[in-house]
Design a binder for this molecule. Structure first.
Ligand SMILES: Cc1ncc(COP(=O)(O)O)c(C=O)c1O
Length: 377
């Protein structure tokens, strides 16, 4: 994943990768290979002891009663929505400034994703941005902890009394007022895509909740809607975390706090290095401890900044340049408003954001290099 290895900077300095998923794994590889070997020797590959143990360990880490492993973070969202009883024709409020899967997973249930704006500083939905998107058909809200910043979900739950699905795909290790991401919503979802804060060696995901009934429905839905493999009570999904991925994730999960601390130290290094002279830095809600899956800053001329960084061998990129309410596949959900439908903060952030390199092992020297590259302009 350290793709910057292949780009040669003009400065003679070391390339800085956007993600570094290799260095943090270095010392863990022998154990991971041993655990994979054990699964192969044991011959159980689907819903065996590794998935069961990982589910318990993840639930304990997040601080919830249940974690259920599924195939990926997109399925986790669809299954969470189905477990909540979301049906065709229901409306579900979702942010537009997020990865496409957040809305796609809702559309996959037959429900209508209704897009709302986000806060300029936290980049997350808030009570105020949700309000204009509500109707008498609204059945749930999806709050994304974008870039690893926990959304203000307790306030959202209190304001509207609607169930909140927390899309915590980018936020394992974050917390709000001491409550971990994944425990903030009525039900929450994770992705273990390889570049995520907790990354598998392939696809993987999980649903977390404190609600026994929801958990039971999620368990059935991930296995074709059956509890006993004989009777099928829902039209469900074939979406399981597999044993090899669970075995790998069990080796990595104990590292997550140290890795997130490394990410936070990396962000502090940027601030100390003077990044604020070149970009507008974001803000966090009171009581938030972000997991910084991505470190995203803004500038009115974001693409010029990206060109400058690229020339210096620094991998940076703009995220979600075309927000979801402007994606062709989402046009049918805009109520005929098409191109005239505007979400001003979302549109601004989509145009102006720059994701800078960040990782558990990001150093002050790397932060200095990034800031020096910006200062050459
Ligand atoms: C915010 C968000 N939601 C959902 C997903 C979907 O996860 P996955 O790729 O595991 O399906 C991702 C990541 O890819 C994500 O970043």
């Amino acid at each position: 994943m350290s793709a910057a290895k292949n780009c040669t900077p003009k400065t003679g300095l070391m390339p800085v990768p956007l993600f570094d998923t290799e260095t943090p794994l270095a010392g863990l590889r022998p154990v991971i290979l041993e655990r994979i070997g054990e699964v192969v020797r044991g011959g159980r590959f689907i819903l065996g002891p590794e998935v069961g143990a990982f589910e318990q360990e993840l639930a304990a880490y997040v601080g919830v009663r249940h974690a259920i492993g599924v195939g990926n973070g997109t399925d986790a969202l669809t299954i969470a929505a189905r477990a909540l009883g979301i049906e065709p024709g229901d409306e579900v409020v979702v942010p537009s400034f997020t990865f496409y899967a957040t809305a796609e997973a809702i559309a996959a249930t037959g429900a209508v994703p209704v897009f709302c704006d986000v806060d300029r500083d936290t980049r997350n939905i808030t009570v105020e941005t949700i309000r204009p998107a509500l109707s008498e058909r609204t059945r749930a809200i999806v709050a994304v902890d974008l870039f690893g910043m926990p959304a203000e979900i307790p306030a959202i739950r209190e304001a509207f009394g609607l169930p909140v699905i927390e899309d915590a795909a980018q936020a394992l290790g974050a917390s709000l007022d001491g409550v971990r991401a994944g425990a903030l919503g009525d039900i929450a979802t994770f992705s273990f895509y390889p570049s995520k804060n907790l990354g598998a060696f392939g696809d993987g995901g999980a649903v977390t909740t404190n609600d026994d009934e929801l958990a039971e429905r999620v368990r059935a839905l991930r296995f074709h809607g059956s509890r006993d493999k004989q009777t099928f009570v829902y039209v469900g999904y074939n979406s399981r975390l597999d044993e090899i991925q669970a075995a790998i994730l069990r080796v990595l999960l104990p590292q997550i706090d140290a890795w997130c601390a490394g990410r936070r130290a990396g962000v502090q290094a940027y601030i100390d290095a003077g990044l604020g002279q070149h970009f507008k830095l974001g803000g966090a809600p009171l009581g938030a401890t972000p997991a910084w899956h991505l470190y995203v800053v803004t500038h009115p001329e974001a693409d010029a900044k990206l060109a400058l960084l690229g020339a210096a061998g620094i991998q940076a990129r703009g995220y979600y340049r075309v927000p979801l309410h402007r994606q062709p596949a989402m046009a049918p959900y805009l109520n005929g408003r098409g191109g005239s439908f505007e979400l001003p903060v979302t549109d601004e952030l989509a145009r102006t954001n720059v994701a800078l390199p960040i990782s558990p092992v990001f150093t002050r020297a790397q932060a200095d290099e990034v800031v020096a590259a910006l200062a050459t302009a």
